[in-house]
Design a protein around this ligand. Structure first.
Ligand code: 5AD
Length: 353
C-alpha cells in the first residue's frame, strides 16, 4: 500500500537520524522486496554527445562552458556500444546527451533507434534522455522504438528552478512540465527527478518534490545529489551547500521515502551517488532503488561528459568492472536481472486501469 504523507511528516523523515533512520530504511527495503522483488535492472548508458544548446547554471556541459572539448559519437560508436549492451545481456540501454532539437539531430536519433532495434532483433529496450522536444519528435522517437524517457524536472519549485536556470523562454519550468505531459501522451514510460542539496533548496522543497512525483503518478525516477562544477555560475554559491556526505544521506532518505510513497515504480541508483562514495549506488539499491545505469560510452569520450566534477566510472561497463558491480549488488541483498527490460510495473498498472 502506498503511503500518504503530509509536508511536515516528510520534512521530519528527511531529517531523521539513528533508530528512526534505520526503521525508514528497513521499511523501504521490505516494501521494495515485497512489491517488485530484489531485482536490479541494468541500463547501459551511452552518452552520445556533450554538445548542448542549453545553459543550465549547474551543469558542466552548458553551452557557455568553453573550457570543455565537445564531442559527438559516430553512428558506429553508438551502434557498437548498443551491441556491447546486448551481448552482455544488459536488457536495455539509455541514450543520453546534451539537448539539441534541430532536425538533423532528431532524424539521426530516429535512424539510430531503428538500427539498434534491428540489430538486436528487437530485444534491447531503449530509454531516451535527450531533453525537451516537440510532441512530434517525442512521437517519432516512440514509433522508432524508444519506450521510456527520462526528463528531470530538476526542482518542482518554479522559484528555485528560476534560480538555477537562465531567465529566457529556452529555460522554462512550464515547458518542462508540458514536455512531461507530451511524453505521457506519446505513450512512454515517463521518468523524472530532481537534484538534491542545491543551493537555496530547503528540506520543505524536497518534501514537495516527493509529493510532486507522487501527484504526477510518474513511472520512473532518477534523482541524486547536486555536485558543484567549477566552470558553472552556481559554483559561486558553494559556501551555501551541505557537505557532500549530508547530500548523500539526504538523497538516500529521498529514495527510501519515495519507495514507500510509490512502491511499484522504477527508481534509479544514480551515478552522482557514486561520485560521493564508491558504494553510494549500492546503498540506494539496498534501501529502495532497483535500476543502475553502468556507463558504456567509449572511454575516449567519457571524460568530456562531465555534468559535475569527480565523475566516477571512467572504466565502468568493461567486463571486469561489471563483475565487480554484480558482486557489490549481491552483497547488498539484491540480484541482477540479466537480459530483461525491467519495465516500470507502475506503468503496467496505470495503463491497465
Ligand atoms: N550535479 C548533479 N546533477 C547534475 N545534473 C546536471 N548537472 C548536475 C550537477 N552539477 C543532472 C541534471 C540533469 C541530468 C542529466 O544530470 O538533473 O537532468
Amino acid at each position: 500500500m502506498k503511503k500518504v504523507y503530509s509536508i511536515p511528516e516528510l520534512v521530519h523523515l528527511l531529517n531523521c537520524e539513528g533508530e528512526e533512520e534505520k526503521n525508514l530504511y528497513n521499511e523501504a527495503k521490505e516494501v521494495k522486496n515485497k512489491t517488485i522483488g530484489n531485482f536490479v535492472y541494468l541500463r547501459g548508458l551511452i552518452e552520445i554527445s556533450n554538445i548542448c544548446t542549453k545553459d543550465c547554471l549547474y551543469c558542466g556541459i552548458r553551452k557557455s562552458n568553453t573550457d570543455t572539448g565537445r564531442y559527438s559519437l559516430t553512428d558506429e560508436e553508438i551502434l557498437d556500444a548498443a551491441t556491447f549492451a546486448h551481448t552482455h545481456r544488459f536488457g536495455s540501454i539509455v541514450l543520453q546527451g546534451g539537448e539539441r532539437s534541430d532536425s538533423a539531430f532528431t532524424n539521426r536519433v530516429t535512424r539510430l533507434l531503428r538500427q539498434i532495434k534491428q540489430q538486436s532483433n528487437g530485444e534491447l529496450g531503449i530509454t531516451l534522455s535527450l531533453g525537451e522536444q516537440s510532441l512530434e519528435t517525442y512521437k517519432q522517437w516512440r514509433e522508432a522504438g524508444a519506450h521510456r524517457y527520462l526528463l528531470r524536472i530538476e526542482s518542482s519549485n518554479p522559484e528555485l528552478y528560476a534560480r538555477i536556470h537562465p531567465h529566457d523562454t529556452h529555460h522554462s519550468h512550464d515547458t518542462r512540465l508540458k514536455c512531461l505531459e507530451y511524453l505521457r501522451e506519446s505513450g512512454y514510460q515517463v521518468g523524472t527527478g530532481v537534484m538534491i542539496g542545491l543551493p537555496f533548496q530547503t528540506t520543505e522543497d524536497l518534501a514537495k518534490d516527493l509529493l510532486f512525483l507522487q501527484n504526477m503518478d510518474i513511472d520512473m525516477v532518477g534523482m541524486g545529489p547536486y555536485l558543484e562544477h567549477h566552470a558553472t555560475p552556481l559554483y559561486q554559491y558553494r559556501h551555501l551547500l551541505l557537505s557532500q556526505q549530508q547530500r548523500l544521506r539526504l538523497s538516500l532518505h529521498m529514495v527510501a521515502l519515495l519507495r514507500l510513497m510509490m512502491p511499484d515504480i522504477n527508481i534509479a541508483a544514480t551515478t552522482a551517488l557514486q561520485a560521493i562514495e564508491p558504494e553510494g549506488r549500492e546503498k540506494a539499491l539496498e534501501i529502495g532503488a532497483n535500476v543502475v545505469m553502468p556507463n558504456i560510452t567509449p572511454t575516449t569520450n567519457r571524460t568530456l561528459y562531465k555534468l559535475y566534477e569527480n565523475k566516477p566510472g571512467v572504466h565502468e561497463g568493461a567486463k571486469e568492472s561489471m563483475l565487480q558491480l554484480e558482486k557489490s549488488i549481491l552483497r547488498c541483498g539484491c540480484q541482477v536481472a540479466y537480459g530483461e527490460w525491467g519495465d516500470s510495473q507502475h506503468f503496467a498498472h496505470r495503463t491497465k486501469e
